[in-house]
Structures are given as C-alpha cells and as structure tokens.
Ligand binder design. Sequence first.
Ligand SMILES: Cc1ncc(COP(=O)(O)O)c(C=O)c1O
Length: 402
Amino acid sequence: MSDHADAQPGIADINYSRFLNSVSAARQQSTMKSLGLLISKSPPSLINLCGGVPNSSTYPFKKASITMHDGSIIEIEEHLMKIALNYSLSQGVPDLVSWLKDLQIRVHNPPTVNYSPEKGQMELCITNGCLEGLSKVFEMLVSPGDNILVSDPVFEGALRVLKPLGCNIIGVPSDNQGIIPRALKEVLSKWRPEDVRKPESRSPKFLYTVPTGGNPIGMTLSTERKKAIYQIAREYDFLIVEDDPYFYLQFTKPLAPSFLSMDVDGRVLRADSMSKVISPGVAEFYRLQRDAILLSADRWLTGLAEWQCPHAGMFLWIKIKNIKDTENLILEKALKKEVIFAPGNCYTIDKSKPCPYVRAAFSSCSPEQIDQGIQRLAMAIREEITSGEEINGFTEENDCSQ
Ligand SMILES: Cc1ncc(COP(=O)(O)O)c(C=O)c1O
C-alpha cells in the first residue's frame, strides 16, 4: 500500500530537538527503565532482585475466559494473566508492541522502518486510546505561544487538549476532500521556507489532521492532497500529527495510503485507535448505517440542508440552509422533540462565530431511530426558520428604538 515513489528523493535531516518543548527537552533517560529493557530481553532463568515489581502470586485473578459473539471462547491462562496484571515496559507489553509493529509495517510499510533511531526509525507505544497518545504528543511539543496548524473544523477532543497549552491554533480550511493544499500554502505564506529552521521564525511546529472519515466532516483526504501536503511539510519543515481512528472504517477498498506510508523523512506522528474497530466486519456495518442516514436525509432534509456522502467513519456533516447558527436549533428546538446532534460550533476554533452545521453520528442508532431522528430535525429546522422570520419581522417592522 505504501506510496514512496512520489516523495522527493533524499531524507531531510530533521532536527527533532527543535520541536520539543523545554519540559520534554529536560527529560533524561531513566536508569531503571533501561534496566527494565535489559531484563525483558534476558532468559526466564534470570534471578531478578532489581525491580520493585509486585509478586504476581498475590493477585486475586487467576485466569479468565471470554465468550465471543460467534460462541468461541478465548482463554486467558494463568501465566498470561500474571503478565497482564504486572508492570511491563512503559512502551507497552513487548509481545503486543511487536505484534502492532508488524501490523503497521504490513499495512503502511513506512519508509522509516529501517532507518537508524536518530533518523526517525518507526517506533510505537501503546496508550489508553488514541486521544491519550495525542495528548502526550501535544504535551511533548507545544510551548505557550507556538504556532500550530489544524484542519478547520477540527476534532473537539484535540482542541480541548491543545487550547490550555497556550498555543496559537491556526485553522486550515477544508472542503469535501479534506484540507486544501492551496489554502495551507496561503496560511504559510507569512513565513519563508529558508527561515523556518531559525528559532526566531516561530513557523508552525506541526499540522494536526484527521485524514480518514474526518471528525466532524466525515470526509477523507485524497491521496493527491496527502502527497501535496507532505511536500509542503518538507518545504516548511513541520511535523504531521496524523490522527486516524477511522482508517479501518473505510467503505471502499483499497484502503487509502496514510501519511505514515509516505513518510520518507520521519516527520509523521501517527495515532491509531482500537475503540472503533475492535470487531471484524465493522466497516461493512457502518457502511450500511451510512446508507441508512443518507436515505433518511434525502427523505426529510431535501431543500432544508446540504450534505456530502462520507466514504469512511461514522459522521454526516450537515449544512442547514437559512440558519446562521445551529446551537439554538439543536439545544432548544431539536432537544424538545427528543433528538440531539452535535452543533457545528463544537468543532470550530473560534466558538464565537456562528456555524450553520450539525454533526450526525450514525454509529449507534438503528436505521429506524436514525429515520425518526432526521425527521424530527427537519421539523425543528422548519420551526427555527419560522421563529427566525417572526423575530426578523418584528425587528424590522416594529423596532421603535431609533
Ligand atoms: C478524530 C478522533 N480522534 C481520537 C478519538 C479518540 O479515540 P480513542 O477512543 O482511541 O481515544 C476520536 C473519538 O471520538 C476521534 O474522533
């Protein structure tokens, strides 16, 4: 799947220390962690009087068996339970890390696999979900006042982590194919590529984006755009934080190549997630859910709203016509009708600006519930438009204040 051919030849010499904030730069290698690595590579006959690990014979759980959907049973035997409950390497349980590395190599074939660690060799660590991984990345990179780029609109969870870090969040406009490379170039035009490595340039450190079935807009960045964006990242020497929890929820095959698969320089930090893809056949399930919501949108929202067909993920991004901002529509009108969506302004960088969009998640409701929900939204839109007209009518005709 990897698509290295279009990348410019030659590996850029990335000065990683340029990107770290002072807290991360001050971190030192832990001697105990290095010893832990040595121990993990030693034979089981090693007598370990080194680490303060709990004695696994004292654990209350011995073994477990898990019944799967198809009736098969997975047994977690005693020795595995001891490993699962005890300390492990900070990076994650070695067997799982190694299995996940093989998966990344099989799926993305990153050019960096065989690089030296200083040149950005692919590494991975396991976190409690991809948002925890992203938080760690942001907390490692961002200093107050740093400029950073995000696709706009943007996943609200990322904004919640980024904003308190005090950085200057610059939105890059997206359309139905994701980030627009031309718009990215325009945003960057206030810096000169020849200056970006100088500390005083304050050029953006990274671009954060959700390239597949993006949350909230549901759109997937085309391969051509990914290549163009990667080249811009090389030119302006910024990192790409690729948040890709919907990668395996693509409704068409082959799966779109990731930024990681193009990463000749070692400038991509990729976050994957197990939360949405833990069962087989899940992409097909969501494709049917997507078809159901499109059918309901056609039935109830034609003339009232506009939307694009998502090819991955679990979101439909709906632009409501004739309503400037959807917060009142959703939190007052729709909620009274017992349906709720996410108002679009949850995902905008500047929350004070009106936003005419709503995000519908088609993941967890039945097709019948989806249909009823969209019908109720249509009723709420009609009501909101009518009450808006009444208010406007009153303002224009009856306003005595002047
Ligand atoms: C774009 C995006 N990133 C990250 C996450 C969080 O993923 P996880 O549950 O693995 O932390 C979500 C979930 O809503 C998401 O939509």
